[in-house]
Design a protein around this ligand. Structure first.
Ligand SMILES: C[S@@+](CC[C@H](N)C(=O)[O-])C[C@H]1O[C@@H](n2cnc3c(N)ncnc32)[C@H](O)[C@@H]1O
Length: 298
């Protein structure tokens, strides 16, 4: 089993499965580690650096991480479980499936749907909300994911699972790992994150040639990709180190912009966690390779 800490959020494109390959290449060595697109935070909580800056455009995520970081892990868990009980949601880390007249196969979505719908309707990305309620929304939503519609409302259906013992253990490890680190939080567009000559920037942006819930609705396009490549060029000129995760080939598409740009730097090939043997894929799709890389300027 891996010794790496796994995020208690399930992020499409989360780097947990690749940490064994990526972390040995990330070497902050006395530099400030900047996780420019923090997402589920799988990378920053597994890197050792004197100072870590965590940046993520989604303000609700940063607010949640700040609350987690500032709380004693036992207090955070106590508040979380009390709020789950108050909302009338199931809590199988304390009670069994039988108590809810269900089992692992049937799951809990049908039991939690009404309470989750009520919580969902009170939550909008553009408004103030309680970070613990936001985390509950993630836990009790499909696949522990985050997804909004264009109006900013959370729009995932209820999850089959709930806050169970496995997720509780994962959360405790994550909270402890955060608390062991010296972290500063930012919620900005990446371009507004200041570059320092002693920064080590890890960039794991949405990928131009694949889709995820956070880059639907044209949330990441060629213009963002160009802005990022320029930002990394500037960082490099100013003496910062960077490592950029990405796909240069995926599902029959190639990222030519990236391929050209990367010629100036070092390309390290990563054994991709994306399987091309999914039964849902057509025979021609199965033949398509995913080429996953880590591009560094050192
Ligand atoms: C691939 S995910 C990061 C996953 C993360 N490395 C992990 O392992 O969990 C990319 C993240 O970038 C965020 N993002 C998208 N556009 C951004 C921008 N312009 N500035 C900062 N963050 C952005 C998305 O919200 C998403 O959380």
């Amino acid at each position: 089993m891996s010794d790496f800490v796994k995020s208690p959020l399930n992020f499409t494109g989360g780097k947990f499965k690749l940490l064994e390959q990526i972390v040995p290449i990330l070497n902050p060595e006395g530099r400030t580690f900047v996780d420019l697109f923090a997402g589920g935070l799988n990378v920053a909580v597994n890197v050792n650096a004197e100072k870590i800056i965590i940046n993520e455009k989604l303000f609700c995520l940063i607010q949640l991480y700040e609350t987690m970081y500032e709380s004693e892990p036992v207090d955070f868990i106590k508040k979380l479980e009390a709020r789950i009980a108050e909302l009338g949601l199931t809590l199988t880390c304390q009670s069994s499936y039988e108590n809810y007249k269900s089992n692992a196969k049937k799951g809990l979505a049908h039991i939690n749907k009404a309470s989750l719908d009520k919580l969902k309707s009170s939550f909008n990305i553009f408004e103030n909300y309680d970070p613990i309620d936001f985390y509950i929304l993630i836990i009790y939503s499909f696949n522990n994911q985050i997804r909004y519609n264009k109006k900013g409302y959370f729009n995932l259906p209820a999850n089959k699972r709930d806050f169970n013992s496995t997720l509780k253990r994962r959360l405790i490890n994550f909270l402890n790992s955060m608390r062991e680190r010296n972290i500063e939080f930012l919620s900005r567009d990446f371009e507004d994150v200041e570059i320092c000559n002693d920064s080590f920037i890890y960039a794991d942006p949405p990928y131009l040639i694949s889709t995820a819930t956070y880059n639907e609705n044209n949330n990441w396009n060629e213009s963002d990709e160009s802005r990022l490549l320029k930002y990394l060029d500037k960082a490099s000129q100013e003496g910062a180190h960077f490592a950029l995760s990405n796909f240069i080939q995926h599902n029959g598409r190639e990222n030519y912009l990236l391929i050209e740009w990367a010629k100036k730097y070092n390309i390290r090939y990563i054994k991709s966690s994306y399987s091309n043997s999914s039964y849902r894929k057509s025979r021609s799709e199965k033949k398509e390779k995913t080429v996953e890389v880590l591009i560094t300027n050192y």
